[in-house]
Design a protein around this ligand. Structure first.
Ligand code: GH3
Ligand code: MG
Ligand code: MG
Ligand code: MG
Length: 314
């Protein structure tokens, strides 16, 4: 019989929703010396997907950027002190804010002002009063571009899998989740066997095809919420939430069989096969941080290699 839904379950569900929201919401910083304008722009943009931070003076801009790390800056042009143009120019000189989408907004609509905005490094120039719908459309379009480009830079070009750093960050978040819900989390290190030989005997391009196929296999064979990344070279990592050593080993064995069953074609059209070795670690038994789990999984991978390859050690 299913356990009844308790107050605690409810609190946990709400907390998870709030966390997910916070993680997903894009943040916009609005800077305008006119408090009414800040209020109007905030109201126009605030939504489930967008969080807005307002600032009524140009002077606090750098501090506000550092504190809130916005995804987009909506900047008034005419303010006491440095103008929006000046601020834009300054931000474009700083490596940290070079790519921040900046939308300038001003009551001055003359061509020379619009041109000056782009010369200062702005992405867009909006004339006051701004139509609410147009403002939202322009801001959302910029945010979506920025999100896609961020996603791309966090992915490995060859396999489309995550890179090391975002993977470790995501595992960290999954580990807190696993702790809260009292679930295990399995982490696996995978390394293609004799890959140097694959390159030497069948060519580097054939080697690349192996990595792409394995990447696709890892992408397709697990659940959406599982994490996989290319750790580097011919090494991959996978994190499986809710799996024990036994069930994770089961899942990986199937993946290993599937890879071993694939026929690859070398430089001269010759067929060949590949296998991988893997080491598995599970939280909380083997460790509670990504680093500990990776260390244990890596040691077991080493053992899998020493014990003859094409095997999974737990
Ligand atoms: P082991 O079974 O012990 O893992 O042997 P191995 O040959 O797989 O391991 P080793 O670390 O000696 O060799 C890894 C090779 O992977 C060396 C490197 O040239 C190759 N490699 C790394 N990245 C890429 C890549 O993106 N494409 C191709 N084709 N080869 C790569
Ligand atoms: Mg102003
Ligand atoms: Mg290796
Ligand atoms: Mg290898």
């Amino acid at each position: 019989l299913p356990r009844p839904f308790t107050q605690q379950d409810l609190a946990l569900a709400v907390e998870r929703l709030v966390t997910a929201r916070r993680l997903e919401r894009a943040r916009v910083l609005v800077v305008d010396d006119d408090p009414d304008a800040v209020r109007a722009l905030t109201q126009a943009l605030m939504s489930d997907a967008v969080e807005v931070v307002g600032l009524e003076s140009a002077y606090g801009l750098l501090d506000a950027l550092a504190q809130h790390r916005p995804d987009l800056l909506l900047l008034d042009v005419r303010m006491p002190g440095p103008s929006g143009f000046d601020l834009c120019r300054i931000l474009r000189l700083s490596p940290e804010w070079q790519e921040l989408p900046i939308l300038l907004i001003s009551a001055q609509v003359g061509l020379e002002f619009r041109l000056a905005a782009f010369q200062a490094g702005a992405d867009d120039y909006l004339a006051k009063p701004v139509l609410r719908e147009e403002l939202r459309a322009r801001v959302h379009a910029r945010l979506e571009r920025a999100r896609l480009s961020r996603e791309r830079t966090e992915r490995d070009a060859l396999t489309g899998l995550m890179l090391r750093r975002p993977f470790v960050e995501a595992v960290n978040a999954r580990l807190s989740e696993a702790r809260r819900s009292d679930k295990p989390l399995a982490l696996c290190f995978l390394d293609v066997d004799h890959f140097k030989k694959v390159n030497d005997e069948h060519g580097h391009l054939a080697g690349d095809r192996v990595l792409m196929r394995l990447g696709r296999l890892l992408g397709a064979r697990f659940r959406r919420e599982d994490l996989r990344a290319r750790w580097g070279g011919e090494e991959f990592v996978v994190a499986l939430l809710g799996e024990t050593l036994e069930s994770a080993r089961e899942i990986l064995s199937r993946t290993a069989e599937e890879l071993a069953g694939m026929e690859f074609e070398g430089d001269q059209g010759e067929p060949f096969h590949v296998t991988f070795s893997a080491g598995l670690a599970v939280a909380p038994q083997d460790g509670t941080t990504p680093e500990e789990l990776l260390r244990v999984a890596d040691a077991r991978l080493y053992r899998a290699k020493a014990n003859g390859r094409n095997r999974i050690e737990v």
